[in-house]
Ligand binder design. Structure first.
Ligand code: PSU
Ligand code: MN
Length: 304
């Protein structure tokens, strides 16, 4: 390809060249989001679900300074085993990592960037970053929102965790012109729970319509991405009071420890997980599976 830093795997390249559906996947969820070996097992299972739903998975990461669109099983194992040692790579990290030939686990932001470079227009994950609680003084707003405003990739997620200020996150997305779609729901899902108390912009009930809206957005040359929020399946959703209590405690500990900058989200996620035990991990895994299946079906509609 044109970009000397971009390395598209043979499987992904063949699918793209043939006009077949491809779904991008992030790697921060592997290195920073789950413990080993569940992270690697989940990453491989997600790829499997995408294949079974008729699309080719492209797990995205930075390895040895190369922007990878499509990781091998060995590369996924490597990212999972190294875990927190791999740099969490947002937009501001890419140039340094590539120049140094280093590794990076891609967030929603950098997964969108690399997917777009490779010609992949849809991406499945768990949760996105957003406006943090207290952002009116800390100014802690995830680069994910800015990327959604500029990069034409559809992101399928289960909403955002209420470690964030979900109301402010929606305000930010509105200001930046990002359509927030509820899949089969009028309400923004809050990752572990199906409801948040906040409405989405539009409800859509089929992958066909998701694809049609995305295609129309591109034809209108509006720029920017689209956020699809897909609620966790009922049977895996968690008790709101339990989650809220864990989140409050995690926020307290983050404040007490002076956690800030890029460490904030991983710290909060790890604490919530620690406080809610194995339950939250299995819910997390299930919602990613659910998003992968929807993204694969939508990718198939996009290529028709
Ligand atoms: N939220 C989650 N799970 C995650 C993340 C966020 O519920 O794994 C990860 C994603 O990779 C996301 C990143 O893009 O954290 C956002 O980090 P920050 O808030 O530092 O922008
Ligand atoms: Mn931040």
């Amino acid at each position: 390809m044109l970009n000397r830093y971009l390395d598209i795997s043979p499987e992904v390249k063949a699918a793209l060249d043939a006009g077949k559906p491809v779904v991008a996947l992030e790697s921060t969820i592997i290195s920073h989001g789950m413990p080993y070996p569940q992270n690697v097992e989940t990453a491989l299972a997600v790829e499997d679900i995408i294949r079974r739903n008729g699309a080719t998975p492209a797990t995205i990461a930075v390895i040895g300074g190369k922007l990878k669109a499509g990781c091998t099983k060995e590369e996924i194992e490597y990212l999972g085993k190294k875990g927190q040692e791999v740099t969490k790579a947002s937009r501001r990290d890419l140039a340094v990592l590539c120049a140094r030939g280093a590794d990076g686990a891609t967030t929603v932001t950098t997964t969108m960037i690399i997917a777009h470079m490779a010609g992949i227009s849809i991406f499945a994950t768990g949760g996105i970053g957003g406006v943090h609680r207290g952002a009116e003084t800390t100014m802690d707003i995830s680069a994910d929102l800015e990327e959604l405003a500029h990069t034409p990739v559809m992101v399928v997620c289960a909403g955002a965790k209420s470690i964030l200020d979900l109301g402010l996150t929606l305000e930010y997305l509105e200001t930046h012109g990002v359509p927030v779609i509820g899949y089969g729901t009028e309400e923004l899902p809050a990752f572990y729970t199906r409801k948040s108390g906040f409405g989405v912009d539009y409800r859509v009930d089929t992958p066909e319509e998701l694809a049609k809206i995305f295609r129309t957005q591109q034809e209108l040359a509006l720029g920017g991405g689209m956020l699809v929020t897909n609620p966790i399946p009922e049977e895996y959703s968690m008790d709101k009071a339990t989650i809220d209590a864990a989140i409050d405690e995690a926020l307290r500990q983050a404040a007490d420890n002076g956690v800030h900058g890029k460490a904030t989200t991983p710290f909060l996620l790890a604490k919530v997980k620690e406080l809610t035990g194995g339950d939250s991990l299995s819910s997390n895994i299930q919602l990613v599976f659910n998003n992968a299946a929807l993204a694969a079906k939508t990718a198939a509609c996009l290529t028709k």
